[in-house]
Design a protein around this ligand. Structure first.
Ligand SMILES: Nc1ncnc2c1ncn2[C@@H]1O[C@H](COP(=O)(O)OP(=O)(O)O)[C@@H](O)[C@H]1O
Ligand SMILES: Cc1ncc(COP(=O)(O)OP(=O)(O)O)c(N)n1
Length: 276
């Protein structure tokens, strides 16, 4: 067995443990990579919503990135909740300073309960400074609409939105389908600048316990890319990981509960995800 791969997440803390840094580290551990973190904001959050947001000073974020970057061999870096333009700038500078190879940008904007996890005026900084560094961006449908300025109603408008997002300079994008309108299926649509595309399709699981699915998907993708999986395999594993986590609920909390990060380990339903 080779040396364990080291990965970094630059994201917010979720006190409820289902999303953010906590979801990322659990996912990294489950997929056999060593997780490190730079915390951008502390949130007071549970399954019912976000009751407080405490952003870090930009220097605090920089120091965490440098502490990790100067000592660890980071095989892939993921970004999540970045909250404001100054933290986006520090994150982009850090990624450039260390020249990390795989950069997975989850452009977190709004939590399920409606709390803003990214200031509106920071969207332009994200487009200009972070998206050009991304190997893959992983917006959900509302985030893809904000980034592209296109309303996603069907596969045609989704394709247009994906192309528009790639205009900001990223290598590829996956528009996640959890917010789609098909009651039976979810579809995550991947597009590479070279024109190659993929669709990850699965049964839509009927559950309220969906808190942190986006973070978990992007963290699983990060772990697989760090281990050297080709993009199609990394995407497939990430989707399977989320499918298992949603399909084996833990019944924690009284609102939108966390997914089960340990479920993939024992997952037998690998055929439940189709790669099209
Ligand atoms: N009810 C569901 N059943 C199956 N997969 C889902 C469901 N909801 C979300 N997913 C999957 O979870 C991942 C995150 O999707 P999404 O909900 O769009 O992101 P976010 O959590 O960022 O809003 C995607 O892979 C999506 O297909
Ligand atoms: C600290 C923190 N980061 C990110 C999110 C959003 O996570 P996401 O996976 O998009 O899940 P939902 O909030 O949509 O359930 C968060 N809530 N907190």
């Amino acid at each position: 067995m080779g040396a364990i791969k080291e990965v970094l997440t630059i994201a917010g803390s979720d006190s409820g443990g289902g999303a953010g840094i906590q979801a990322d580290i659990k996912t990294f551990q489950e997929l056999g990579v060593f997780g490190t973190s730079a915390i951008t904001a502390v949130t007071a959050q549970n399954t019912q919503g976000v009751s407080g947001i405490f952003p870090m000073e930009r220097g605090t974020v920089r120091q965490q990135i440098d502490a990790v970057g100067s000592d660890f061999e980071i095989a892939a870096v993921k970004t999540g909740m970045l909250f404001d333009a100054s933290i986006i700038e520090e994150t982009a500078k850090g990624i450039r300073r260390y020249g990390w190879k795989y950069v997975i940008v989850d452009p977190v904007m709004i939590a399920k309960g409606g709390a803003a996890l990214l200031q509106e005026e920071a969207v332009e900084a994200m487009k200009a400074q972070l998206l050009p560094l991304a190997t893959v961006i992983t917006p959900n449908i509302p985030e893809a609409e904000v980034l592209s300025g296109i309303e996603i109603r069907d596969p045609e408008t989704r394709l247009l939105a994906a192309k528009r997002i790639l205009d900001y300079g990223a290598e590829s994008v996956v528009i996640k389908g959890g917010h789609g309108n098909d009651p039976d299926f979810t579809e995550d649509f991947y597009l590479h600048t070279g024109g190659a595309s993929l669709m990850l399709r699965s049964n839509r699981i009927s559950t309220r316990q969906t808190h942190g699915t986006g973070c978990t998907f992007a963290a699983a993708l990060t772990a697989e890319m760090a281990k050297g999986a080709p993009m199609n395999e990394a995407l497939f594993t990430a989707k399977q990981f989320v499918q298992a986590a949603l399909g084996h609920p833990l019944n924690i909390g009284s609102g939108h509960g966390p997914t089960n990060h340990a479920a993939f380990r024992n997952f037998s339903g690998k055929g439940e995800v189709q790669l099209v």
